[in-house]
Design a protein around this ligand. Structure first.
Ligand code: UDP
Length: 487
């Protein structure tokens, strides 16, 4: 019997931290023969048209882009609360358009050849309503949960933390009175951690625990999916993956996705990567030319991803800490990084003057290219999971300043379990910034040990994603499962 083509419709939560890994997964599936439809929101589709000139959004044989409305008003988009409003709006209004789109796709043709019907839905975290869409379409759903396995397990356990009374906090004083240091030693697969490191969502005073419930519900709803896909690899988080499989039998560890893409490109796959470089912000190519002129391992790269917002005071502490080191640094200051919808314009003029010649400020960089550059010796990061895995793959040690969601547990593992990081206190101080950057970039024993660990993890990431490695095989099993769904 001839097998039907598997056709995966992928829909990520519309922000870079979700779009980037989902695009990579889409490319990897396509390179293994799966027909792919990647669904953006119309708003992001327009932005991508601007940053890419539209060419790559035309798609290619067996890889198409589509868009659905996100339902946000212009006022919602400008609100400091926009991410949460986006979450609510999608949940309210996006399910029906997704179902309609999937049905329409099955009636279309590509150059006279019928498009195969959608045979599965792949969603990222925070869009669990797409599970209902998959049910309505009577096709299996898979969730690419974009955090570490430890981040996912901690998010699952938010429910127990709430039920056992750890959250919400009784009052504001609990944020600073040491309560967040309460040891939590009962999460299977996770070593003893501070309550504050389990997740940012325990830091709530809201008696309804609204945001916390959203997170725990989203994570727990993954149990409805046919499989859970994680951007990690077996050797990186063995204990927590073991524990997770007791609850979720179908876990596919296919990361680091950046490494998997790189390996596939060299394995003669069908041009994986054509879409994965899509970016919602325009990348500053000049920063790479600037890196070319710097000594190997000399540059500290600083970026806090696509969502983090810091106060002007925190920005100044960081800036003056970097200035005090006398070392070169490349800093991605995206518009909106600073409260009040500000960006690089919020940097003190005297700081720019003091660091002229050894500092490059970009709005947005091609981060993987930057991390792979031989001049980069350290990464000051918010410990977002994509950034962390990209840094692990590139063998770059990290100075961690986590602030949201799973970033605390990622930083805990980065500095503790994996030995490739130094952590900054939550209250950013210029002296500590300077001391950590110096320690990481210098030549003391600890720095050398971190660099050795980083090199070991880089080799492990490459081995996992190379043909025959654990992530490579896991991707193969996932593709097989998608094909079974199509038969
Ligand atoms: N990124 C980038 N250029 C930048 C800053 C970030 O390409 O200047 C990318 C980075 O490579 C990563 C993503 O944006 O893939 C950020 O994801 P992460 O999970 O680290 O953080 P989030 O944005 O979700 O907080």
């Amino acid at each position: 019997m001839e097998r039907r083509a598997a056709h995966a419709m992928l829909f990520p939560f519309p922000c870079s931290g979700h779009i980037n890994p989902t695009l990579k997964l889409a490319e990897l599936l396509h390179s293994r023969g799966v027909y792919v439809t990647f669904v953006n929101t119309e708003h992001n589709h327009e932005r991508l048209l601007l940053t890419t000139g539209g060419l790559r959004l035309r798609g290619r044989d067996g890889f198409r882009f589509e868009a659905v409305p996100d339902g946000l008003s212009e006022e919602d988009r400008r609100s400091p609360d926009r991410t949460f409003r986006l979450y609510q709006s999608l949940k309210r209004s996006c399910g029906a358009p997704l179902v309609a789109l999937a049905r329409r796709l099955g009636e279309r043709e590509d150059d006279g050849v019928p498009v195969p019907p959608v045979t599965c839905v792949v969603l990222s975290g925070l869009v669990s309503f797409a599970l209902d869409a998959a049910e309505e379409l009577a096709v299996p759903a898979f969730v690419l949960w974009g955090t570490s396995a430890c981040g996912f397990v901690c998010t699952l356990r938010l429910r127990q933390l709430r039920e056992r009374g750890y959250a919400p906090l009784k009052d504001e004083s609990y944020l600073t009175n040491g309560y967040l240091d309460t040891p939590i030693d009962w999460i299977a697969g996770i070593p003893p951690v501070r309550l504050g490191d389990v997740s940012s969502f325990v830091r709530t005073l809201d008696p309804q625990c609204f945001a916390l419930r959203v997170e725990e519900d989203e994570a727990n709803s993954c149990a409805r999916a046919r499989g859970l896909i994680l951007n990690t690899f077996e050797d990186l988080e063995p204990d927590v993956l073991d524990a997770l499989r007791a609850e979720f039998p179908q876990v596919y560890t296919i990361g680091p996705l950046a490494a998997a893409m790189h390996a596939a490109a060299h394995d003669g796959g069908d041009n994986p990567g054509a879409a994965a470089g899509l970016s919602l912000w325009e990348e500053d190519a000049a920063c790479v030319a600037w890196l070319d002129a710097q000594a190997p391992g000399s540059v500290m790269y600083i970026s806090f991803g696509s969502l983090a917002v810091m106060s002007p005071e925190q920005l100044a502490e960081l800036a003056w800490g970097l200035a005090a080191t006398g070392r070169p640094f490349l800093w991605a200051v995206r518009p909106g990084l600073v409260a009040g919808d500000r960006g690089a314009d919020a940097l003190p003029e005297e700081f720019l003057e003091a660091t002229r010649g050894r500092c490059f400020i970009a709005e947005w960089c091609a981060q993987e290219q930057v991390l792979r550059h031989p001049a980069v010796g350290g990464f000051l990061t918010h410990s977002g999971w994509n950034s962390t895995t990209e840094s692990i793959w590139c063998g770059v040690p990290m100075v961690c300043w986590p602030g949201f969601a799973d970033q605390y547990i990622n930083a805990k593992y980065t500095c503790g379990e994996w030995g490739v990081g130094l952590r900054l206190d939550e209250a950013l101080r210029r002296e500590q910034v300077a001391a950590h950057v110096e320690e990481m970039m210098g030549d003391a024993d600890r720095a050398r040990e971190m660099r050795r660990s980083a090199a070991r993890w880089k080799a492990a990431a490459e081995a996992a994603t190379a043909p025959g490695g654990s992530s490579f095989q896991s991707l193969g099993r996932l593709v097989e499962e998608l094909r079974l769904g199509a038969d």
